[in-house]
Design a protein around this ligand. Structure first.
Ligand code: GLU
Length: 376
């Protein structure tokens, strides 16, 4: 059974495994955690469990909570050092909060702190999958956040929206519910009175991207609509439904799912698990810029040959993940390189019968083999 409407997220047959992401501004008020609201949300999570759904929580709020305890200004986001120190203080409080609230419903909380690298490295990704599966089988409720205290700027997810989509993929969940401080995606700036809420999105196209503005409405989280759309793209490719809904009202899950207020991003195509993981990668080691002929061949399912490469960017090794772009800078695909960057540069524009002489060994069949490539 596929997810086709918002109410399906509450259906244990259509959605046996659900990821719920809670943003910082919902969790933390001016004077600390918003206990009453959180108690209501946890009651809804317990109700989902009681109807037979497994739930994974992705919780932001460590930085905001820590900043309020330490008296840091700018919500703890004044510098990377502030954010990391605030996250250390906030995370321990955040865990205690979730554990206590879940415990009141007889549910066991399990904490996982992940960095981008944990989900981008294939082996660590599979480890995270195994741990999540075991926890869910054992009846625990995983509560996940980014490991902000150790992640440096370039290895941070930067927002928990994409983390939630990646976690859903690792956990093989059917849907992600992003609870935010807006009702969903609007067709234009929501401050414009003519703006309309989009109930459903079939494919995150350039037109859909154009509807989003980057800022986070609360200024507390780091997300904003742009990162939610990136999360929707990751989910879509992995065959996972994603919903953006307003977490501000009491009982927000029921409001979104029963009353149908929110934006549902339907999964468009289901790539195989490995290709979906590759397509959702956020950290790439370099890029291959291709000509028009190669771009067309890729769309038809061909491998990428050296002949169609116009430029090589970055310093990478054989087996590293690369972006494949056209001359306008549009990313067409992600793929694993068959060669290291220097070899790629030497092979630009060559035919396979010229390559053995350049390389000094028998060439591989392609620069990026179609089995190691996913179109975006
Ligand atoms: N991981 C951050 C925290 O717990 C929040 C990231 C975000 O803004 O979504 O504070």
């Amino acid at each position: 059974m596929q997810i086709a409407r918002l109410s399906d997220l509450a259906d244990p047959h259509a959605c046996p495994r659900l990821v719920v992401k809670v943003g910082s501004s919902l969790l933390v008020g001016h004077d600390g955690p918003r206990h009453a609201w959180l108690t209501g949300l946890v009651a809804e999570i317990a109700a989902a469990r009681a109807r037979g759904q497994e739930v994974i929580i992705v919780s932001s709020g460590a930085i905001a909570l820590g900043a309020s305890r330490l008296g840091f200004d700018k919500g703890g986001r004044g510098s990377l050092a502030d954010a990391q120190a605030a996250a250390s203080v906030g995370q321990i409080a955040l865990s205690a909060l979730w554990a206590g609230l879940l415990e009141a419903h007889g549910l066991v909380a399990a904490q996982l702190l992940l960095t981008l690298e944990d989900l981008e490295d294939r082996r660590r990704y599979l480890n995270a999958t195994a741990t999540l599966t075991r926890l869910l089988d054992a009846g625990a409720v995983p509560v996940i956040n980014e490991n902000d205290s150790v992640a440096t700027q370039e290895i941070r997810f930067g927002d928990n929206d994409r983390l939630a989509a990646r976690v859903a993929q690792a956990a093989r969940a059917q849907a992600v519910l992003l609870l935010s401080d807006v009702d969903g995606l609007y067709d234009r700036n929501p401050r414009d009175p003519a703006a309309k809420l989009m109930p459903e999105v079939h494919g995150v196209t350039a037109e859909i991207h154009a509807m989003a503005t980057g800022e986070s409405a609360s200024g507390m989280g780091s997300g904003g609509m742009t990162s939610k759309l990136q999360a929707a793209e990751i989910a879509e490719r992995a065959g996972i439904a994603l919903v953006i809904a307003n977490g501000t009202p009491d009982a927000p899950i029921a409001r979104a799912l029963d009353q149908g207020v929110g934006t549902l991003f339907l999964p468009r195509r289901k790539a195989g698990a490995r290709k979906a993981w590759l397509g959702g990668r956020l950290r790439l080691k370099g890029a291959l810029v291709v000509d028009r002929g190669a771009a067309q061949a890729l769309q038809k399912g061909s491998s990428l040959l050296a002949k169609g490469i116009a430029a090589v960017e970055g310093d990478f090794q054989r087996g590293d993940a690369l972006a494949i772009r056209d001359a306008t800078g549009t990313t067409l695909a992600h793929g694993l390189s068959e060669y290291d960057a220097d070899e790629c540069r030497r092979l630009i524009g060559t035919h396979s019968n010229e390559q053995a002489a350049i390389l000094g060994y028998a060439p591989r069949s392609a620069m990026v083999h179609r089995d190691q490539l996913v179109l975006l």
